[in-house]
Design a protein around this ligand. Sequence first.
Ligand SMILES: *[C@@H]1O[C@H](CO)[C@@H](O)[C@H](O)[C@H]1NC(C)=O
Ligand SMILES: *[C@@H]1O[C@H](CO)[C@@H](O)[C@H](O)[C@H]1NC(C)=O
Ligand SMILES: *[C@@H]1O[C@H](CO)[C@@H](O)[C@H](O)[C@H]1NC(C)=O
Ligand SMILES: *[C@@H]1O[C@H](CO)[C@@H](O)[C@H](O)[C@H]1NC(C)=O
Ligand SMILES: *[C@@H]1O[C@H](CO)[C@@H](O)[C@H](O)[C@H]1NC(C)=O
Ligand SMILES: *[C@@H]1O[C@H](CO)[C@@H](O)[C@H](O)[C@H]1NC(C)=O
Ligand SMILES: *[C@@H]1O[C@H](CO)[C@@H](O)[C@H](O)[C@H]1NC(C)=O
Ligand SMILES: *[C@@H]1O[C@H](CO)[C@@H](O)[C@H](O)[C@H]1NC(C)=O
Ligand SMILES: *[C@@H]1O[C@H](CO)[C@@H](O)[C@H](O)[C@H]1NC(C)=O
Ligand SMILES: CC(=O)N[C@H]1CO[C@H](CO)[C@@H](O)[C@@H]1O
Ligand SMILES: [Cu+2]
Length: 579
Amino acid sequence: MPLAIKAFFVALLFSSISSAAIVEHVFHVEEVVVKPLCQEQMIPSVNGSLPGPTINVREGDTLVVHVINNSTYNITIHWHGVFQLKSSWMDGTNMITQCPIQPSNNYTYRFDITGQEGTLLWHAHVNTLRATLHGALIIRPRSGRPYPFPKPYKEVPVIFEQWWNADIGRLRWPVPTSDGYLINGRAGDSYPCAENRMFRLKVVQGKTYLLRIINAALNTMLFFKISNHNVTIVALDAVYTTPYVTDVLMLTPGQTVDALLTADQPMGLYYMAIRPYVSAHAEPSPVQATRGLIIYEGVNTTSSSSPVMPSMPELNDVSTAHRFSSNITGLAGGPHWTPVPRHVDERMFIAVGLGLEPCPPGTKCPGYLGQRYAGSLNNRSFVYPEAITVQEAYFYNMNGIYTADFPSQPPIKYDYANFIMRSDSDYKMMFPEKGTSAKMLRFNSTVEVVLQNTGIITAESHPMHLHGFNFFVLGYGFGNYDPVRDARKLNLVNPQMRNTVGVPPGGWVVLRFIANNPGAWMFHCHMDAHMQYGIMMAFIVQNGPTPETSLQSPPPNLPQCTRDPAIYESPTTTIDLSY
Ligand SMILES: *[C@@H]1O[C@H](CO)[C@@H](O)[C@H](O)[C@H]1NC(C)=O
Ligand SMILES: *[C@@H]1O[C@H](CO)[C@@H](O)[C@H](O)[C@H]1NC(C)=O
Ligand SMILES: *[C@@H]1O[C@H](CO)[C@@H](O)[C@H](O)[C@H]1NC(C)=O
Ligand SMILES: *[C@@H]1O[C@H](CO)[C@@H](O)[C@H](O)[C@H]1NC(C)=O
Ligand SMILES: *[C@@H]1O[C@H](CO)[C@@H](O)[C@H](O)[C@H]1NC(C)=O
Ligand SMILES: *[C@@H]1O[C@H](CO)[C@@H](O)[C@H](O)[C@H]1NC(C)=O
Ligand SMILES: *[C@@H]1O[C@H](CO)[C@@H](O)[C@H](O)[C@H]1NC(C)=O
Ligand SMILES: *[C@@H]1O[C@H](CO)[C@@H](O)[C@H](O)[C@H]1NC(C)=O
Ligand SMILES: *[C@@H]1O[C@H](CO)[C@@H](O)[C@H](O)[C@H]1NC(C)=O
Ligand SMILES: CC(=O)N[C@H]1CO[C@H](CO)[C@@H](O)[C@@H]1O
Ligand SMILES: [Cu+2]
């Protein structure tokens, strides 16, 4: 990837000058023809590459990215996991912090990256476009500061992607099953027409590599394994962890893992592989494993015996996924670590799950019981505003755009995890309310959120992603959360800190964060399909006491909406029922 390499040197040049540099890039959004499988396909891309360019910064730097939209799509670029402290207008969330950048227009994102190190990603934040508009965002320590682990010999982005032989950017839900998964844009030798296009990593025996792993798939959680090798996890979502040795990883869409790989095996060829983790019974069966290859330098690839395939977990191996997700702890006392706040100001219990929306009369809908699918948080199914963003409406005190009434408790108490439809009233419970619902938070308050998966339609893991903050993950479990028994077992000492957490299928997680960043922040399922079903809400963090702790005025060039409803991503107006 020559472009990524170029970006790397540009960033290095800037960062060697001082400990807080300005790293500046141009993103040229353009359509390009690629052919990862047997069919040529036009895709929106940044600078013509899939994945897009890697951005390299150091903690403390200012990142400036000029996004020039030379595509036919309306786009935004979101800097997934970046705190955006005091720069909420730069978050890049469609209809929450900005209207999209229309074709032939441009917008400059400018923000500081402070208090976090590791691997993140950037991606488009408009329906389905992130399938091909994404790339790595790598944050290294300030110059002179070491990693809290031995310095690796080399660092390698490893990006997982989901691929359709279709114009995915123009499809609406429910989209067809994908045609495959890619590693760094390549499908590899388990797919037709891709035998010679496989991600290959050359390693020197005895050396250690830092794999910067990103799940950029639209809708699929993925297991990852390397045959005959363990890896040591050192960071999740750009937060350092206690070193954790494992032979299998699981990443939800939007999650990242930094893993050390030591080439400590006999000279040879070893496959790495990704394969879906399917937490719900109802999902369509996905495709086969996608492979990459690790080549020990000096090995004779013609005479060497064929590479060994790692034995992959079963698609529905919930316990392996759960063990990996819940077993890793945060590096308490490490760089940027902050202690878990003990006092909670705002307690929320949020039921998260699927649901239904009535099928319009005279149409045939593909969902359960002949209806459309919907999804909700506390029975609210999110609808994007159409004329102006949530954050502008909040900033300018405009009425009628959103309602500040997101409930802190589910409106009906029931056996969430074990919901079974037995009666007409159970059936009615499956239809959430639609609306643009936000929860107001006082500046600097400590918020605890219990996320409880429901069994409505089917229990399924939802990777919930919070913009603007990391949260501590104090505990994970199955069944209904018990505020006495389970609360006693929460980890307040060295929990994981993340921006995206998979709620176990039919289970719960407990999160805690400090609302110290004023602005409107999305909280949503990072499965693109579920987001479009409405598993989404907004937190609005109010201003603190000083100008420093208040939401700034929008930048003068913030993209504005036109009143053409076609650009708006409301699922009610854009679901194409022919799919
Ligand atoms: C993208 O392409 C533009 C125009 O060719 C170039 O100026 C820019 O440096 C590239 N950006 C990155 C991040 O590689
Ligand atoms: C993209 O750029 C090309 C060449 O500069 C131009 O012909 C085309 O109209 C542009 N398209 C859009 C959508 O901006
Ligand atoms: C983008 O937005 C413009 C202006 O509202 C609209 O006319 C156009 O149809 C939209 N394009 C797409 C691809 O959604
Ligand atoms: C960005 O858009 C502005 C107008 O909004 C225009 O003046 C400027 O030339 C554009 N910049 C680029 C690099 O296309
Ligand atoms: C991987 O780690 C496990 C547990 O620590 C160990 O039993 C196994 O031998 C290791 N495998 C390799 C290839 O190092
Ligand atoms: C690699 O092995 C093949 C088959 O055994 C042999 O013909 C070739 O000379 C070897 N290449 C090198 C560089 O040793
Ligand atoms: C991690 O997994 C091991 C082995 O399954 C188990 O003994 C240990 O209790 C787990 N630790 C945590 C924190 O879940
Ligand atoms: C959701 O709200 C609708 C409309 O008020 C109601 O009929 C339904 O029972 C609610 N369901 C749940 C699970 O709260
Ligand atoms: C936020 O709260 C903490 C603890 O309550 C306090 O120490 C800190 O000064 C507050 N920060 C601001 C900016 O008000
Ligand atoms: C840099 C670039 O290619 N800009 C293009 C943006 O779109 C306009 C209008 O289509 C073109 O004229 C520019 O060349
Ligand atoms: Cu989901």
